[in-house]
Ligand binder design. Structure first.
Ligand code: ARG
Length: 463
């Protein structure tokens, strides 16, 4: 048991207490961030005349050595240490002797862990932005290839009006684009450096917090030392953003599960992304989509866990906050793997475009257009709605679609029908006429695609 704080204690820590208290099993993943933060701190200590140039160089070399040895596997992070901070400090002192004991001058583990977690989250936001960009690229490729692939659009899961596959996927493009922007907003707001807040009340050393903030790529130091060590808002915001990403993925997965069902057959999930049944030989199950939908629950769980952990905490640091890590790491890992697998699944998925088109042709998806046709002939919309309602009833009884009715049959219900009705309610016409901004008309979608390409290339240039 290697502890940093034995001085005022008269007894060894109970073994179970030690294990319960320790965080090394999960904060080991903060090693790179812990070392990065310590290096900045030590450079600042030297600059402010608190340690010598020689001590600084010795500490910096020692820290680099620890990172290199852990990466190569010659040094192991073990449960002998309480947390990652203790591991680094103990190893440093072992390597370089007394100079190592000066590293923690003017610092507490409270501002240290607040910094480590911020650095880790900041990096992870970058990873998540890259994964989202990959997915947006895949979506845009599918969108570009399918501006004339007709399919039904639904409300209440009932066929409503015809759209295109491009338009459908563009709806998801918008959701993930907002997710990307949300991550950028969080990054901006969280990018302040807590280092130098000490345990809670700053320190009496003349620390240059602006310098460490700058070295670590932060906008500025945080403004209040108590808030600095007790704030996990950025993590809660991030878990909320991750939850929203999962909600979007889960909705998309739900669609794919429906489209892949025997009844719909709109899509074929690639064999590499489906699984079979141990008893039913015919089965090909959409497990990746189902698991992604299922994992949404654990990410929401992480958000709720941290919100609940934080809700009763008085200022400033409390050990409860150590609970932020496992929940956050699990959510980060889960969302990243879901984004990667979902992207692969949809880029290998094929579309049964004939079945989609046939499906869009059935279920009176052109009924609104038929009513609009009557409006163009001078019938008030509410009356036109009633007339088409009667026609739908007639068609339903006679098992045919509106365009399968003869002109005589249509005229028997309303004299406003003419031969040009058929052109007005063809699937192509129904979609092509929907030229409203944001609508499915291929012409509109071409513009939309150009905007999205531009948006994506600007984002890629920046990262
Ligand atoms: N393992 C701790 C955490 O994750 C590090 C900070 C410990 N600070 C303390 N005062 N015990 O929160």
């Amino acid at each position: 048991m290697a502890q940093l704080w034995g001085g005022r204690f008269t007894k060894e820590t109970d073994k179970q207490v030690y294990d319960f208290n320790a965080s090394i099993s999960f904060d080991a993943r903060l090693l790179a961030q812990d070392i990065e933060g310590s290096k900045a701190h030590v450079k600042m200590l030297e600059r402010c005349g608190i340690i010598t140039g020689e001590e600084r160089d010795s500490i910096l070399a020692g820290l680099d050595g620890i990172l290199a040895d852990v990466s190569s596997g010659s040094l192991q992070i073990t449960s002998e240490y309480e947390d990652i901070h203790s591991f680094v400090e103990a190893n440093l002192i072992e390597r370089i002797g007394d100079a190592g004991k000066k590293m923690h001058t003017g610092r507490s583990r409270n501002d240290q862990v607040a910094l480590d977690m911020r650095l880790y989250t900041r990096d992870n936001i970058g990873v998540m932005k890259d994964r989202l960009t990959d997915l947006l690229q895949t979506l845009l490729t599918i969108i570009e290839a399918n501006t004339n692939t007709f399919m039904p659009g639904f409300t209440h899961l009932q066929k409503a009006q015809p759209v295109t596959l491009a338009h459908y996927f563009a709806a998801y493009f918008e959701m993930f684009r907002r997710d990307y922007d949300r991550l950028c907003d969080i990054y901006e707001r969280m990018n302040y450096c807590p280092l130098g807040a000490g345990a809670l009340a700053g320190t009496t050393y003349p620390l240059d917090r602006d310098y460490t903030a700058e070295l670590l790529g932060f906008t500025a130091p945080t403004a209040n030392s108590m808030d600095s060590v007790s704030d996990r808002d950025y993590l809660i915001e991030y878990l909320a953003a991750l939850s929203i990403i999962m909600m979007h993925l889960s909705r998309f997965c739900e669609e794919i599960i429906i489209w892949n069902s025997n009844e719909y057959r709109f899509v074929n999930i690639d064999d590499a992304f489906a699984t079979g049944s141990s008893i039913m030989p015919q089965k090909k199950n959409p497990d990746i989509a189902e698991l992604t939908r299922g994992k949404c629950g654990r990410v929401y769980g992480s958000l709720m866990a941290l919100l609940t952990t934080m809700k009763g905490l008085p200022l400033a640091y409390n050990k409860d906050m150590q609970e932020d890590k496992e929940a956050a790491f699990d959510a980060m890992d889960t969302v990243e793997s879901c984004l990667v697998l979902f992207d692969k699944m949809i880029s290998t998925m094929t579309f049964n475009t004939d079945i989609m088109r046939q499906s869009a042709a059935k279920g009176f998806t052109n009924a609104t257009d038929a009513a609009d046709y009557l409006v163009s002939k001078g019938v008030p919309f509410r009356d036109a709605h009633g007339i088409i309602g009667q026609i739908v009833l007639y068609c339903d009884r006679n098992n045919k679609s509106i365009e399968e009715c003869s002109l005589e049959e249509l005229q028997a219900i309303s004299g406003y029908f003419d031969n040009d009705i058929y052109d007005h309610i063809s699937m192509e016409a129904c979609v092509e006429k929907r030229l409203t901004k944001g609508g499915p008309a291929p012409l509109r979608m071409e513009e939309y695609i150009r905007d999205c390409r531009k948006w994506l290339s600007e984002r890629e240039m920046r990262s």
